[in-house]
Design a protein around this ligand. Structure first.
Ligand SMILES: Cc1cc2nc3c(=O)[nH]c(=O)nc-3n(C[C@H](O)[C@H](O)[C@H](O)COP(=O)(O)OP(=O)(O)OC[C@H]3O[C@@H](n4cnc5c(N)ncnc54)[C@H](O)[C@@H]3O)c2cc1C
Length: 294
């Protein structure tokens, strides 16, 4: 199988998934493939589907809770699909590019409107799937279209108006598709002022979020009109732990891996938090992070 996979990109074997997600958890994967081109990605997907091989697409691994069990399948990473073209006040970028690279490159040309995304780790593909956002903006605010490999292995371009999306939601969460690239609208603005705002945002994150610890961002979505972090804090759960998985002292909507937490530790902690908030406030917290199952 390894030889066949090599037709479609770089192949790594028996890889430790802990290195591929920001929680630093997970077992091993038999294969990891990085397609070199969009065509490679399409052909790889066709090959895997035709042969009934199991695969999972991973971006920066900054929103996932990967299983402790080893994966007898193929992890696909789009690291080499990282091209970007800026023209006509638009940026067209491939899904494997990092969000920070898009911000940096567009800012170089005085386009300022994507700067709010700086500080969100991960790739364009992951950001679109979950409609990533912060500081009052989300990526769909500036989305024009998305190119995907759909369920029938066709490459399809979807206009924003034809895609269902909402708060930390896009229809791609419910569909078995691969995001290949996207076009985002750009707006010119005051670069110096924007750089100052970026600094303030970075400072804010540093002061309020455990960015130096292993975590995967907000654990729960904010219930309408409420803050998940505040609810968890009010339930006195800051610092509460299951083995090495701990509710951050800095921000209660973050779970951190203090040393050797496992996926089961994190999931057990999530369930404890959910139960307590349900019992005390009668609110069902909805997970923002993704529990991956092989
Ligand atoms: C310190 C920190 C701060 C964060 N702050 C924010 C924030 O402010 N706002 C916010 O919204 N999020 C935040 N996050 C969460 C996370 O960074 C975002 O959700 C990010 O967009 C996930 O991108 P990723 O590439 O890491 O996706 P991954 O975690 O790798 O994957 C997420 C999901 O997307 C799927 N996926 C990935 N790429 C593709 C693709 N090309 N096609 C189809 N499916 C794909 C995966 O299969 C998985 O289901 C933060 C995380 C951390 C660690």
């Amino acid at each position: 199988m390894k030889e066949a996979l090599k037709t479609y990109g770089e192949v790594l074997t028996n890889i430790d998934l802990k290195k591929y997600n920001t929680y630093g958890i997970g077992g091993k994967s038999t294969f990891l493939v990085k397609p070199y081109t969009l065509d490679d990605a399409l052909n790889l997907i066709k090959y895997l589907k035709n042969n009934n091989y199991s695969f999972y697409i991973l971006g920066g691994g900054s929103n996932v809770i990967l299983p402790d069990e080893d994966y007898n399948g193929v992890i696909i990473k789009l690291d080499y699909l990282n091209n970007l073209v800026i023209k006509n006040k638009k940026v067209e970028a491939e899904a494997g590019i990092s969000i920070s690279k898009i911000v940096q490159e567009t800012l170089k040309k005085s386009f300022v409107n994507l700067s709010f995304l700086l500080g969100i780790p991960g790739t364009l593909g992951g950001a679109i799937r979950g409609n990533a956002g912060c500081f009052g903006h989300e990526i769909f605010d500036y989305l024009e279209d998305v190119t995907i490999i759909d369920e029938d292995n066709e490459i399809v371009v979807l206009k924003k108006q034809d895609i269902k999306y909402g708060y930390r939601y896009s229809e791609f969460k419910e569909r078995n598709v691969i995001i290949l690239k996207a076009t985002l609208k750009l707006e010119l603005g005051d670069v110096e002022k924007t750089k100052q705002e970026i600094k303030e945002h970075q400072e804010y994150r540093k002061n309020t979020q455990p960015i130096d610890a292993k975590n995967a961002g907000s654990v729960f979505k904010n219930p309408e009109g409420l803050s998940a972090g505040k609810l968890i804090d009010e339930a006195s759960l800051k610092g509460f732990r299951v083995n090495d998985a701990m509710v951050s002292e800095k921000h209660a909507n973050f779970i951190i891996n203090t040393h050797k937490a496992t996926s089961s530790d994190i999931i057990e902690l999530i369930n404890i938090i959910k139960k307590k908030i349900k019992n005390e406030k009668n609110i069902d917290l909805e997970l923002e992070q993704i529990i991956v199952k092989w």
